[in-house]
Design a protein around this ligand. Structure first.
Ligand code: ADP
Ligand code: ADP
Length: 226
């Protein structure tokens, strides 16, 4: 688990208007931070700079007290859950969850122990031998989270994870993500367009506009003010 501290973060693509323009934001250990704002305000770019998939033009990205600007994604020990979940179709649920551990050459017995523990928390134990194509959207989401859990990732990053799901499943997954996040106490940054998600999931909500922070507040302060 780690805090994420951003100091004067700027992202300039080419010579246009900065996509992220002097953002300073401290996310505490175990906090659930929501990023909201209109399309094009810089939410995804900020998330991608946290995980290391996008270079930072200027400013400091500090994770768990360590400046990570020059660290590759794999050395940041964060876990991004993509909208399409990025699961491997030819692998079983077990192998999908185990994948990061295979990459790091973890011994088989430890792989088994970690995958079993994660699938227990995620209620995937009965599905370990199935392939992603035979899972529901919600189950696929949980597999993606399982991968993050086995790596003991220091933070979860979500980029509109529920936007492809129907309303019913979205409601279930919202509850599930909230429950898991509380249970694991893992620092989470979550991009969404959905006000219900922002209100029910977030400890705090950061509103971005044209690459700048417009407001950071609790959901209550933000949505119940006159
Ligand atoms: P959001 O996630 O809030 O919709 P983005 O972070 O995707 O916003 O985009 C912020 C701004 O940066 C937009 O103006 C977008 O067009 C621009 N942008 C995003 N990615 C790139 C890129 N790879 N190259 C150039 N401009 C980009
Ligand atoms: P390579 O270094 O061979 O190009 P990648 O950059 O695809 O490989 O991924 C290397 C490692 O970086 C992966 O094992 C993974 O742990 C991590 N990684 C890549 N993308 C992400 C991401 N979006 N979220 C978290 N970790 C990532």
């Amino acid at each position: 688990m780690a805090s994420i501290d951003m100091k004067s973060i700027v992202k300039q693509y080419g010579d246009g208007f900065p996509a992220v323009n002097d953002v300073s934001l401290d996310i505490a250990d175990g906090e659930f931070m929501i990023l909201v704002g209109p399309s094009g305000c810089g939410k995804s770019t900020l998330l991608r700079m946290i995980v290391g998939l996008e270079d930072i033009t200027s400013g400091d990205m500090v994770i768990g007290g360590k400046r990570v600007n020059d660290l590759a994604p794999r050395d940041r020990n964060l876990s991004m859950v993509f909208q399409n979940y990025a699961l491997y179709p030819h692998m079983t649920v077990y192998e999908n969850i185990a994948f990061p551990l295979r990459l790091s050459k973890t011994p088989d017995d430890e792989v088994r122990r970690k995958v079993e523990a994660a699938s227990d928390v995620l209620e995937l134990k009965e599905h370990l031998e199935r392939k992603p194509a035979n899972l529901s959207g919600g189950q696929r989401q949980r597999v993606a989270m399982g991968r993050a859990i086995v790596r003991d990732a220091e933070a979860f990053l979500f980029d509109e994870p529920l936007s492809n799901l129907d309303a019913k499943l979205r409601g279930q997954m919202r509850t599930e993500i909230s429950r898991l996040q509380r249970r694991l106490g893992i620092t989470t940054v979550y991009v969404t367009h959905d006000q219900t998600e922002a209100m029910t999931l977030g400890d705090r909500v950061c509103v971005l506009r044209k690459g700048k922070i417009q407001q950071v507040a609790s959901p209550r302060e933000l949505y119940e003010q006159p």
